[in-house]
Design a protein around this ligand. Structure first.
Ligand code: CUA
Length: 313
């Protein structure tokens, strides 16, 4: 905290990050030079041309060609440089290389879901190989979100009913944070994920073993992992505290009051329905904001989550 690095850009960990930073720094430094120059000119001229006596009369100056051309041409050149530089960077970021590794990204209130070519789905963790262009094809199931990885200097809106894409090539193995940068409701500030950059071999072995590690867990253990991995716990606490949704603690077997005025017994069927079709029954006092997990969780995973919730009494 409060070190100089807190005021600097985050580390540049993608191939195009350096280009973005160079332009950013050029604009900042140029602005700073002009700020200092103009400020001193104002102070100096205020002093130099101050009124010295009652009879001081300002001469009438209609124009000065040399001066006017100078102060028009210098900014024009600067603007052309910034435009050319910025447009080149924009085009580089807009055109993913043909051999990009493609990952589908789904934004939901309030989590990020990543679908890999082999069918594996991770939530809240984006796994990518280093030194290989990765293209993200993104959409939202509800409102507008925005996908932002500061370390890679990439950001793009994620829209319902339309695909947007961005690409990057990560240069360092390690972790980088993903933010949602479009205000999207109560838990917008919690709509984060972690980008995990693996070496190419590690990525291949991660992809091959992803999901199969779950087979060695008991249903309750798997359920517990899934609730954090799928960001359930962003909105549902496990200790009785009330977040965006009802707490999982003491939920199973309870009689839940619904917005419609009825009550419902929370059993296996109710939890399953709530996961696949969350809008079907809304608990009294809560907003109908949960996204559906149909297509994200399979039957085995839903069973595991139910078994886990059962243990939270
Ligand atoms: Cu999603 Cu803000």
């Amino acid at each position: 905290m409060n070190s100089l690095s807190d005021f600097m850009l985050p580390p540049a960990k993608s191939t195009l990050a350096g280009q973005t930073d160079a332009l950013f720094n050029f604009i900042n430094v140029t602005s700073l030079i002009f700020l200092i120059g103009i400020t001193f000119a104002i102070i100096y001229f205020s002093w130099k041309y101050r009124r010295r006596s009652e009879n001081d009369v300002t001469p009438v100056i209609t124009h000065n060609n040399k001066l006017e051309i100078t102060w028009s041409v210098i900014p024009l050149i600067l603007v052309i440089i910034v435009f050319g530089w910025g447009f080149t960077g924009y085009m580089n970021k807009a055109t993913p290389p043909n051999d990009s590794y493609e990952i589908r990204v789904v934004g939901k209130s309030w989590l990020w879901e990543f679908h890999y070519p082999n069918g594996y789905v991770s939530v809240g963790e984006l796994h990518v190989p280093e030194d290989r262009p990765v293209k993200l094809v993104m959409s939202s199931t509800d409102v507008i979100h925005s996908f932002y990885i500061p370390d890679f200097r990439v950001k793009k809106d994620v829209l319902p009913n339309r695909y947007t894409s961005l690409w990057f090539e990560a240069t360092d193995p390690g972790e980088s944070v993903v933010f949602c940068t479009e205000y999207c409701g109560n838990a917008h500030s919690n709509m984060m994920a972690t980008t995990i950059v693996h070496t190419q071999e590690d990525f291949q072995s991660w992809l091959e073993t992803a999901g199969s590690a779950d087979e060695n867990l008991t249903p309750v253990e798997l359920g517990e992992q899934l609730t954090t991995r799928n960001a359930c716990t962003t909105c549902h606490s496990v200790d009785g505290s009330v977040l965006q949704g009802p707490s999982f603690q003491g939920l199973f077997g309870s009689e839940a009051p619904l917005e419609s005025g009825e009550t419902v017994s929370v059993d296996e069927n109710y939890i399953r329905e709530s996961i696949l079709e969350p809008q079907a029954k809304i608990h009294e006092g809560f907003q109908p904001v949960m996204p559906s997990y149909a297509g994200t969780l399979d039957d085995n995973q839903i069973n595991a989550i139910i078994e886990y919730i059962k243990t939270l009494d």
